[in-house]
Ligand binder design. Structure first.
Ligand code: GTP
Ligand code: ZN
Length: 215
């Protein structure tokens, strides 16, 4: 699939403190992304160093993290996005790689629509049925911009931290080699059990029960 080339718009260093872990992030913004959204690439560990210092022989650990304001910022327990974000920051800081923070709130339907979908879920629909009831696809995410960002950073081969095979399939179709799919933990809480069960039932995610972590 031919994607137009993007370019780096700015590159800056941000010192971070996440939970107990202090780390440094190298943050990139981009021009020319196909969906016009303000996605970030965040280099961690050895990739927090300027790109030209990074050895090209190692496949970086990469997570495509879809924005979830309620989970990432507010600590909502309706989903497992917040703990997965923190897990990704820890693991990528150790291994070296990139967190792509993708502005795909609500699997691409936006924040207000996601909250409407939550209301429908409170009256009995599951997470995918609620999207469809609102006139959306079950999952509207397209990872073309993520592939453009990776190309721009000089990454054409990576290890992908995810339980979602669609992310690997879309990157592969865009010409990025996924050397390995590294499972992310499943962070189980009473409030997100139905959501995780719906994901497992739909079968589009590989949820390894051994990786379920109780809060
Ligand atoms: N529409 C909708 N979006 C949701 C809901 N719960 C979480 N999300 C969004 O789903 C996205 C995260 O997707 P998940 O299916 O949890 O995980 P994933 O990114 O596909 O897979 P992993 O890489 O394994 O974490 C974020 O954008 C959340 O805002 C929901 O009930 N409805
Ligand atoms: Zn979430």
């Amino acid at each position: 699939m031919d994607l137009p080339a993007a370019s780096i718009r700015a590159e800056l260093t941000i010192p971070m403190q996440v939970a107990d872990v202090a780390t440094t992030a190298r943050v990139f913004t981009f021009d020319g992304l196909v969906d016009g959204r303000e996605h970030l690439a965040i280099g961690l560990g050895s990739y927090a160093a300027p790109v030209h210092d990074v050895p090209s022989s190692t496949a970086p650990l990469v997570r495509l993290h879809s924005e979830c304001l309620t989970g990432d910022v507010l600590g909502s327990e309706r989903c497992d996005c917040g703990p997965q974000l923190h897990e990704a920051i820890d693991r990528i800081t150790d291994a070296g790689g990139y967190l792509l923070y993708l502005r795909q709130e609500g699997r691409g339907i936006g924040l207000y629509e996601k909250l409407d979908a939550y209301t429908l879920q409170d009256s009995g629909l599951d997470t995918y049925q609620a999207n469809v009831a609102l006139g959306h696809d079950a999952d509207e995410r397209d990872y073309s911009a993520a592939a453009q960002m990776l190309r721009t950073l000089g990454i054409d081969r990576l290890r992908l931290l995810t339980n979602n095979p669609d992310k690997a399939a879309q990157l592969t179709a865009a010409g990025i080699a996924v050397a390995e799919r590294v499972p992310t933990a499943v962070h189980l809480s009473p409030a997100n059990a139905a959501y995780l069960a719906a994901k497992a039932r739909r079968g589009a995610h590989v949820l390894d029960v051994a990786l379920f972590r109780e809060h």
